[in-house]
Design a protein around this ligand. Structure first.
Ligand code: HEC
Length: 341
């Protein structure tokens, strides 16, 4: 009898385990089922990048946010700057006239962006180099034959994208400003041999920045404000999860564009969106137009009437840089503004 009782206990026990297993297995759809010893699945200490439910300030419910695109971990930057195109750039020539005013503006910008390394007179004796903490360029100064023989286009390329230990300056100087700085570098390099142009000399037409027509529209020459507008638009970024909206920090830059349009009520604007080639995938078809419209909406909210704003989407048909790496794609992903009457 006792033996039978024992057998029944064992059978009951087994049935209980079986029932428990069945209930536990009823997982599916949105139900994870029962978790036995949940600590085995979810760590007590939150792990970076795991999802732990909704949070007000973190729409993806992640413990830690993913680093911004292009972030580099400390110590991981091998200092390989953007070299593609350096050789080809040798054929570019300086489109800005070397008038005294342009060279003086170049000097002003040089003293802000360059002299702490290259020195006031281009002798590589700026504070940063003199401190001994930073390796100097492999030539003596701008007066060296190396720099005198360096084609303008290559110098422009290095100023834009950086070279060796010199960082990129394309993000702090507009194309026009970079060419002006280069004139000043040349004036330091050549000294008395530097030839100034007469003050009334016009800049040669720069294909992208001052194109006089776009898609059959005749563009209005807005003079020196063009640099300000282009610089503002280069600071309008569309990245991350909310890929249809520009990032919050773009707003002060768009505010400048809105203020410019408010004080120039005769002007209308073509607002042209472009995407990098990786956005040419189903579902992203009209993204460049959507982004252009987002910019128009914002300008309208700042008092620019809608009938002055025409959004256009160019997809990835007008790249201004390579689509083969991250920096190129970042540059291609942009919204531009062209002014018409
Ligand atoms: C942090 C220091 C630093 C700053 C700031 C800096 N440079 Fe340089 N620059 C260097 C170094 C180092 C090199 C040498 C790069 C190499 O060839 O490895 C260099 C190289 C150059 C060259 C030669 C490029 C070539 O193709 O060989 C030019 C021209 C130049 N710099 C101009 C400028 C101008 C103009 C600015 C300001 C807009 C500037 N640099 C800002 C450190 C700096």
């Amino acid at each position: 009898m006792q033996f039978l009782q024992k057998r029944m206990n064992i059978i009951n026990g087994l049935m209980l385990i079986a029932a428990g297993t069945l209930v536990g297995c009823s997982a599916g759809g949105n139900k994870p089922g029962y978790e036995y010893a949940p600590n085995m699945y979810e760590s007590e200490a939150y792990e970076a990048y795991t999802q732990v439910g909704e949070m007000k300030y973190n729409p993806n419910g992640m413990t830690m946010r993913t680093p911004v695109a292009g972030a580099v971990a400390q110590g991981q930057m091998g200092y390989t700057m953007y070299t593609e195109g350096y050789e080809a750039s040798a054929s570019w020539t300086n489109p800005v006239a070397p008038t005294e005013a342009n060279v003086a503006e170049g000097m002003r910008l040089y003293n802000i962006q360059c002299q702490h390394c290259h020195g006031k007179k281009g002798k590589n004796d700026g504070g940063v180099i003199k401190s001994g903490q930073y390796p100097p360029p492999p030539w003596d100064g701008y007066q060296s034959e190396t720099i005198k023989n360096l084609p303008d286009g290559k110098a422009y390329h290095s100023i834009t994208f950086g070279k060796g230990n010199m960082g990129a300056h394309g993000n702090v100087l507009s194309p026009n400003e970079r060419w002006k700085v280069l004139h000043y570098v040349r004036s330091l390099s050549l000294g008395d041999d530097f030839v100034y142009a007469a003050e009334e000399t016009k800049d040669k037409e720069v294909a992208s920045a001052t194109a006089m027509s776009f898609e059959g529209f005749e563009l209005v020459d807005i003079g020196p404000d063009l640099d300000m507008i282009n610089a503002a638009m280069r600071n309008v970024h569309f990245n991350g999860m909310q890929y249809k909206k520009f990032e919050e920090q773009s707003k002060p830059h768009l505010d400048k564009v809105a203020a410019f349009m408010t004080s120039n009520p005769d002007l209308k604007a073509l607002v042209v969106g472009h995407v990098a080639s990786d956005m040419n995938i189903p579902g992203f078809g009209e993204l460049s137009l959507i982004r252009a419209k987002t910019v128009c909406d914002y300008l309208e909210s700042k008092g620019v009437s809608r009938d002055r704003l025409s959004p256009k989407g160019k997809g990835s048909t007008m790249p201004i840089d390579t689509n083969d790496d991250k920096i190129g794609k970042l540059i291609n992903r942009r919204v531009e503004i062209y002014f018409i009457k």
